[in-house]
Design a protein around this ligand. Structure first.
Ligand code: GLN
Length: 484
């Protein structure tokens, strides 16, 4: 799959039409998605109509919209009017939202063409996309391995070269962790940078929409179109987005406590190698001390289930979702039956935990402690970014793991998000930067985390890294013989 920039250039030269791009994309998806299983829904007819419209407008002398004819896949928790949205939960099967997420409608307005919806862990809870009500998605680099999650489908279809770009969402790493596992870029924008309108809420004070792409420049092209204030989301930022900046006398912090949680020697070596390359290029890299990231994990584990329990209360089978046809005497029985049937175990567990956290009833108030610790974490980050321009760390403690090997205990499953969660809790932007393959040909990646509003800085350093390290995204678009 060509990059966004290349697809635009080719259209400008008259080498290819938007309609041809969509046909090519459809061909690729039909041949190769049976191996990856990244899509749960495709909308080729609608896509082709839109492409034809774009081609016709241009033939009549109209300007080329900034993302004309670019095929984009969206995660199944982003609403698009006229299309089912299930969040890969049995509970929401058959639900058609009557509105479109702002992030999606802005891309469409810019000429992008939504071609389908991608697989995810149910209601965005999980780290491997094995927790979808449909089927698991496979890692495009090795089908025995997971693509990460919860935006696993969105990462796999980009890492497999089916589309140049996808939209994911994250609460605690659901863009960055799968991007790392699939060898692509994945950006968590500053909280409020991209409107959450039309994104199914998980934990609203952390949720963000963000792009995944196999090319750095493309990330910027799409972020520019999506970002900005939206009257439908009161938390959106008014501050203008700054473009990629050149590292100039930058100081990069490498947190010791993060390095200690790496569980894979190849990741350790790659991080050190990248830090050394940066130093050679004249960027100062210094080891720093931050609070242990397991602390962030503990904070996350109190705040997130509590918010989820309250957000998902609307999934009662009355306002939304599966409705049991049995007769019940009480509302409580009715709702219990609906939720019990429709929601998967992971989701139910988190709702129960969250409900408990919201009603401590004489027990220790973990939620209040979590909120306090979250404030302290914010202060710690603010202080460190007074001295340092960015923080460099590994993206994950291990590369992708084998399907079916997720740890039993959900706290252990969270370990693969351990480096992602501090930015999520503090609202800071962070970027997964792919860093080549390991000896098993699985992707490795690092993470850059920046102060509030510093997307341009993240992209600037990533650009330098691509140039000096020779590592970069790894898109595997070779055909495989056997469907899975
Ligand atoms: N794996 C984490 C969780 O299950 C992150 C999910 C997310 O960011 N949506 O909560």
């Amino acid at each position: 799959m060509l990059t966004v920039r290349e697809l635009l250039l080719r259209q400008d030269k008259g080498d290819i039409s938007a309609e041809e791009i969509i046909s090519e994309c459809q061909k690729e998806v039909s041949i190769r998605d049976p191996l990856i299983k990244g899509f749960i829904y495709t909308s080729w007819q609608r896509a082709r109509e839109k492409a034809r419209q774009i081609d016709q407008d241009r033939a009549r002398g109209g300007d080329r919209p900034p993302l004309a004819g670019i095929p984009v896949a969206i995660k199944d928790n982003l609403a698009r009017s006229g299309e089912p949205m299930t969040c890969c939960s049995r509970f929401l099967k058959g639900f058609y939202p009557g509105y479109t997420a702002t992030a999606v409608s802005r891309l469409e307005k810019a000429g992008a063409i939504i071609i389908g919806r991608t697989n995810m862990d149910e209601l965005a809870m999980g780290s491997s996309t094995e927790n979808s009500c449909y089927f698991p998605t496979h890692n495009p680099h090795n089908p025995d391995y997971v693509p990460g999650g919860s935006s696993g489908g969105a990462a796999a279809v980009v890492g497999g070269g089916l589309v140049p770009l996808s939209l994911g969402s994250e609460t605690g790493g659901s863009i960055r962790q799968p991007a790392a596992f699939c060898g692509v870029y994945g950006l968590r924008p500053t909280y409020g940078r991209v409107s959450r309108f039309g994104l199914t809420a998980y934990a609203s004070s952390l949720d963000q929409v963000g792009p995944l792409s196999g090319n750095l420049e493309d990330l910027w092209l799409v972020l520019k179109e999506m970002a900005g204030p939206d009257e439908l989301d009161a938390t959106t930022l008014k501050e203008p987005l700054k473009g990629p900046e050149d590292p100039d006398d930058w100081r990069i912090g490498l947190p010791r406590e993060y390095l200690e949680h790496i569980q894979d020697p190849e990741i350790s070596r790659r991080v050190q190698e990248i830090a050394a390359e940066l130093e050679k290029a004249g960027v100062v890299v210094e080891e720093i001390s931050l609070s242990d990231p397991t602390r962030a994990l503990a904070i996350y584990s109190s705040i997130v289930p509590a918010e989820a329990s309250s957000n998902l209360a609307r999934l009662d089978g009355i306002r939304y979702g599966l409705q049991s046809d049995n007769n019940y005497e009480t509302w409580e029985q009715f709702i219990r039956e609906n939720r019990g049937k429709g929601l998967g175990e992971e989701v139910r567990n988190r709702i129960i935990l969250g409900t408990k956290l919201l009603n401590p009833e004489g027990e220790e108030d973990f939620l209040a402690r979590g909120q306090q610790a979250r404030r302290e974490l914010k202060e710690e980050m603010q202080a460190i970014f007074k001295e340092f321009d960015l923080i460099l760390s590994p993206a994950t403690p291990t590369p992708s793991f084998k399907m079916g090997s997720s740890p039993e205990h959900s706290l252990q499953r969270f370990m693969s998000d351990i480096f992602a969660i501090p930015a999520s809790l503090t609202g800071l932007p962070a970027l997964t930067v792919p860093a080549g393959l390991n000896s098993k040909k699985l992707p490795l990646a690092i993470q850059l985390m920046g102060p509030w509003g510093s997307e341009g800085r993240l992209l600037g350093l990533a650009r330098l890294l691509e140039r000096i390290t020779g590592y970069g995204p790894v898109v595997n678009d070779t055909e495989r013989e056997e469907p899975l």
